[in-house]
Design a protein around this ligand. Sequence first.
Ligand code: HEC
Length: 111
Amino acid sequence: MSEGNINMSKHIARRLQPVLWAAGLLLVSGGVAAQTTPAGRLLASNCFQCHGTNGKGPGFETLAGRSSAEIYEKLVSFASGKEGQGLMARHAMGYTDAQMKSLAAWLATQK
Ligand code: HEC
């Protein structure tokens, strides 16, 4: 192989680099998107320590089998400080309204 050919393939490799990078990024981001955990499930993993895995107990009140509306209303009530003085009220205060909706929606899928 002549010197010219080697230089040519190096040149092509350099030109291709950004293209390969972009293709790699697409692959990686596609993979991540496919494995994304629903937001509610991720947030709810925080509840499992006290309410059992997937809210199914054992522990404090079982959350599985309840409607999304019921769970959401309870959370809002806890967050307002009007219900419960302890653990749950403090915990609920840390979430935004959207996060509470997302939590309630996911937990309601647990039967
Ligand atoms: C540190 C323990 C702890 C964690 C973590 C926790 N809870 Fe609670 N939860 C409690 C306790 C204790 C109660 C009982 C009410 C009280 O004492 O305030 C309760 C009550 C509840 C109730 C009311 C049940 C009923 O029948 O009245 C709901 C709904 C609830 N929790 C949802 C959640 C959600 C959703 C999460 C996660 C974002 C969560 N909890 C995380 C301890 C916890």
